[in-house]
Design a protein around this ligand. Structure first.
Ligand code: XIL
Length: 485
């Protein structure tokens, strides 16, 4: 099904996001002039189309978490506006920020982020209404009866959601309700109201803004495990009861080299229930110090998560948790770890940035193309890499990158190869792929029709295989055999 993801993503965009993200014109409007303080690294990144444009093209929400006080900085504002079409309040919508004392609401920071997002045509993900953490002590230690806590929670949801009704399209109504073993986490809500607090919160939220899409969000539920099984059982039970649940938020606080291999299957089991899935807080941390090898591994890990989401039509967004490594919560919380985001502390793109951009069908490297050196004289003038990014029983997801080293643009490109015996291509994105017998041909989609000199195109495929995904022996671009690497 060539182009399936793009088509489905566009359909999703039209249904769930309205036309704001679907038009694909947003970046032009936000291609901010270089800020006076911009460094060479920032300029290099700004010269690219950013993550936003290819995400807009695909109808994918590509987001970040934003802190109100950082909006004072022009470079932070420019980056958040250029790179992302989707914004989450990192802290400003949490209970302790919004209602620090009973009945005393304070929305200044939350409003500031809303205004920023609206000025930049960005969707907003509401984070979060009912959560055991960053909860003021008047709630946590309030010794409320069941009736009182219900009233307090209902008022909090009504006031907070009500303020932004029609403006925030998706909400983490409940955050982190699970223990690692899939049982319900102890919290003042769970203790006082029982697990029904989740259904009550969703029902209240639905009455406040019936058009908002309502999520339950948690971490360590990226792969199939006891905790995500707990989320799955909850989702099934809420849907059976007719409770208004629209989606599951998978936070995605991950570790380099430890991304589960079954993220795609896990996402798919939730979308098979008719739910939407968003990767809400992606960061992939590493032990410090940073090395080239760790950055490369991190890039592959980001590509894996992006591909997992992009290969499932009901996965409608991916948000990273912070604009750059300088703003990440990771070093504060995980000792000795950091560098978890795709843009570094100096606002320079990391290999992970290009991996995300490439997965979205955008540029895969700085300048006109790939960061690698072009080929040596005498070598063939194209380079193809074929990388299995995830693998399960009889299936795999593969990223194919073809780089043009000819020195001339290659318009209306066509890449041909022989798929290894017993393998069948069952889906593709960012290229049209047709398989006839074992012969496969990839041709462009609308936005990657020409490969610039030194530039490259990456597309993804889903493969069915007999137990092992082998690499094709050779590839030809316009009939000319490429180097492989
Ligand atoms: C974190 C913020 O990034 C920090 O600034 C804050 O001090 C603590 O919370 N899961 C969530 C997020 O749902 O709200 C958390 O954000 C990170 C883990």
């Amino acid at each position: 099904m060539p182009g399936r993801t793009r088509t489905r993503a566009r359909a999703l965009a039209a249904v769930a996001l309205g036309c704001a993200l679907a038009a694909g014109t947003a970046t032009a409007a936000h291609a901010a002039p270089a800020a006076p303080t911009e460094t060479a690294a920032e300029t290099e990144r700004a010269q690219q189309s950013g993550l936003r444009e290819p995400a807009d093209e695909l109808g994918l929400r590509m987001g970040t978490a934003v802190s109100a006080h950082l909006l004072d900085q022009q470079v932070y504002r420019d980056t958040a506006a250029t790179e992302f079409n989707f914004i989450t309040h990192e802290n400003s919508l949490k209970w302790e920020s919004v209602q620090p004392q009973r009945g005393q609401y304070s929305f200044a920071d939350a409003d500031r982020i809303m205004e920023f997002a609206q000025a930049n045509d960005q969707e907003v993900h509401g984070h979060t209404l009912v959560w055991h953490s960053q909860l003021p002590s008047w709630v946590e230690d309030g010794n409320f009866s069941e009736a009182e806590l219900t009233e307090v929670t209902t008022d909090h949801i009504e006031t907070t959601m009500g303020r932004y009704a029609g403006e925030i399209a998706t909400w983490d109504v409940v955050n982190e309700p699970f223990n690692e073993d899939g049982t319900f986490r102890d919290s003042v809500f769970q203790r006082t109201l029982g697990e029904d607090y989740i259904a009550q919160a969703l029902t209240t939220a639905d009455s406040v803004d019936p058009d908002a899409r309502l999520f339950v969000n948690d971490y360590n539920i990226e792969g199939i495990n006891a905790k995500s099984d707990g989320m799955y059982a909850l989702a099934e039970s809420l849907l059976d009861q007719g409770v208004p649940l629209d989606g599951v938020g998978i936070q995605g606080h991950l570790v380099v080299g430890q991304v589960p291999g079954d993220v795609r299957q896990n996402i798919e089991r939730f979308t098979d229930l008719g739910l939407e899935v968003v990767i809400t807080e992606l960061d992939i941390r590493m032990d410090l110090p940073v090395t080239e090898a760790k950055l490369e591994r991190q890039a592959a890990d980001y590509a894996l998560v992006m591909d997992a989401c992009l290969s499932v039509p009901g996965c409608s967004g991916v948000s990273v948790w912070g604009v750059t490594d300088a703003h990440s919560w990771v070093p504060d919380v995980f000792e000795g770890q950091g560098a978890a985001l795709p843009i570094d502390e100096a606002y320079a793109p990391k290999p992970a940035y290009w991996a995300i951009s490439g997965a979205l069908g955008g540029a895969t490297g700085p300048g006109t193309g790939d960061p690698d050196e072009p080929g040596e004289p005498g070598e063939q003038d194209c380079l193809v890499t074929y990388a299995v990014t995830s693998h399960w029983g009889q299936g795999a997801v593969v990223d194919v990158t073809v780089r043009n080293d000819t020195g001339e643009p290659v318009p209306d490109w066509s890449l041909t190869w022989t798929q290894p015996a017993g393998e069948r291509i069952t889906g593709a994105w960012n290229a049209q792929v047709v398989q006839s017998g074992s012969e496969a041909t990839a041709t462009p989609v609308a936005w990657n029709g020409t490969i610039a000199p030194g530039g490259s195109v990456t597309f993804g495929m889903q493969i069915e295989h007999g137990g092992e995904a082998a690499s094709p022996a050779a590839f030809a671009l316009e009939g000319q055999t490429c180097r492989t690497g």
